[in-house]
Design a binder for this molecule. Structure first.
Ligand SMILES: NC(=O)C1=CN([C@@H]2O[C@H](COP(=O)(O)OP(=O)(O)OC[C@H]3O[C@@H](n4cnc5c(N)ncnc54)[C@H](O)[C@@H]3O)[C@@H](O)[C@H]2O)C=CC1
Ligand SMILES: O=C(O)[C@@H]1CCC=N1
Length: 277
């Protein structure tokens, strides 16, 4: 289905790279059909070209009508210039996949006439084909568009089709989630080194521990609650650790992190909508 499709990424940041790396590893779209446009950073474009053997463009050289699929991968603050670039140029037979955080499908549909648009929230684990990706579809999409989008994002992990109103909480959990785990890993690495474990082993020990816990849950070996209880014998070392986690606010902090991310995601859309009134 994607054999003859040409795909353009607008924005050459880490998220575009993570997706490109994933789709090349999974051979869902060949490298020679992948194009990336960035604003001015020629060195970054050269780096991506060399690493993945894809085509790269500076903004002014792109002919947007050549592409079947256009992935928008810039920050929300750059959205207006992207709309200006697309408006009056693209056709309704081109599929837009927006991974831009916070920006609602309505925003695009109001500015681009009858354009098929799918809003997607992947995460950086796309790089190793382990993303948890959400997809919400616009009103001008058809089954073919939805299937193409699923194929692309399934090549880089799991895809969940959700209602668009849940995109912000999904961002709080899965889009931003890797950052919470990295923050946790930083703390665990630091205390492991302080406790005398050899530095060269610590990174692997911590990462393997998180990977194993995730695999236990995904392998249906029990709910997180049951699995937690299995680790913590009454009055054992784990129980002491969990008591500290709770008493230092660790559990509440996790919930607050998700809530704050969700709130900020909603705010960004509101701020940008307001700035154009
Ligand atoms: N990094 C992450 O974990 C995730 C990011 N996202 C979202 O994906 C989008 C991209 O994320 P990153 O790659 O992290 O962002 P980034 O800010 O690192 O990269 C975006 C790139 O787009 C370029 N750019 C800006 N305006 C442009 C224009 N008009 N034409 C061409 N290039 C332009 C910038 O120079 C920059 O190199 C953002 O909206 C972000 O919120 C979504 C899911 C996860
Ligand atoms: O925080 C950000 O800017 C984006 C949202 C999801 C991951 N990164």
């Amino acid at each position: 289905m994607l054999n003859n499709q040409k795909i353009l990424f607008i924005g050459a940041g880490p998220m575009s790279e993570a997706i490109i790396s994933g789709i090349i590893q999974s051979s869902v779209i060949p490298a020679q059909q992948i194009y990336v446009q960035n604003r001015s950073n020629t060195a970054r474009l050269k780096e991506l070209q060399k690493k993945y053997q894809i085509h790269v463009y500076n903004e002014k050289d792109v002919h947007l009508t050549e592409f079947n699929i256009i992935v928008l991968a810039v920050q929300p603050k750059n959205i207006e210039e992207i709309i200006n670039q697309l408006k009056n140029t693209i056709h309704t037979n081109q599929l837009i996949l927006s991974i831009i955080t916070s920006m609602n499908i309505d925003y695009f549909e109001e500015r681009l006439m009858k354009q098929p648009i799918i809003r997607v929230m992947p995460n950086t684990s796309s790089m190793v084909c382990e993303s948890a990706t959400a997809m919400a579809v616009g009103k001008y999409t058809n089954n073919h568009h939805i299937e193409m989008s699923k194929m692309i994002f399934r090549s880089i992990g799991e895809v969940y089709t959700i209602a668009e109103k849940h995109m912000d909480i999904f961002t709080g959990i899965a889009g931003s989630g890797p950052a919470y785990f990295y923050a946790l890993m930083e703390q665990m690495e630091s205390v492991a080194i302080e406790g005398g474990l050899p530095k060269q082993q610590v990174r692997s020990i911590v990462a393997q521990t998180i990977l194993g816990a995730a695999r236990m849950v995904l392998g249906n070996n029990g709910s997180p609650e049951t699995l937690r209880k299995n680790v913590a014998a009454p009055n054992g070392p784990t129980e002491a650790g969990l008591v500290a986690l709770e008493s230092f606010g660790g559990l509440k902090a996790i919930k607050e992190a998700v809530k704050n991310t969700t709130k900020r995601s909603i705010e960004i859309n509101e701020e940008i909508e307001k700035s154009y009134i």
